[in-house]
Design a protein around this ligand. Sequence first.
Ligand code: FMN
Length: 221
Amino acid sequence: MFIAKRLLKNDIIKLNISILKNNKNYFRKDGIYAMELKSVYFEDIHKDNTDDVFRIVQERAEELAIKTIVVASTSGDTAVRAVTNLNGLKIIAVSHYTGMRDPNTQEFTDANKKLVESKGGIVFTTTHLFSGLSSAMRKKFNTYVIGDIIANTLRIFSQGMKVVCEITVMAADGGLVRTDEDIIAIAGTRRGADTAVVIRPVNSGDFFDLKVKEILCKPHF
Ligand SMILES: Cc1cc2nc3c(=O)[nH]c(=O)nc-3n(C[C@H](O)[C@H](O)[C@H](O)COP(=O)(O)O)c2cc1C
């Protein structure tokens, strides 16, 4: 993947110094400052991509000195794999809201929650950013409103792209990630993981300032 930006002289000082000095992918040519980075595209949408996602995430987290990972996990299986496979990183697993599938029922199993927490991970359950009241409008009035529109627009990239944006903001609103530090967010298509991004969190009230900085992997469809 190729990222380029033409800069005015004054803009140069705004660039992250660590990127300038330490990133081996960074170069300058003819006044263009740019990074050439790797993205991985999975041929099939399958939960078997999950371990490769963790390998890609571990490598990039180390390169960028990122310390925090937010991962979507419904049953807890992907969260358990995250705390098992990712080393030296704070893992925040965001679950479905309680009652999403069946009333008063949480899909993230107690056994998986214990396993995640025993390895220092956090399991976080809250209202879904995009569906929230939008799904109530859809169900009751058969009307699609803003959350559904944003969610389905992000699904143009992948189901996981919608989810990484959603869980990043949910975690920020829960006070579990800072809005002045990059994190890596991981999600998938119904089960497992197939999408990972470097992302700068924002609170829900600042949603349109959310920045997906790097797409580390996604399905090729
Ligand atoms: C808050 C939240 C929203 C999700 N939304 C979607 C979605 O819109 N489409 C989709 O295919 N998967 C969605 N997922 C599934 C995740 O991307 C991921 O694949 C799954 O949670 C992993 O669950 P597992 O631990 O049971 O493997 C969502 C998960 C969560 C926690």
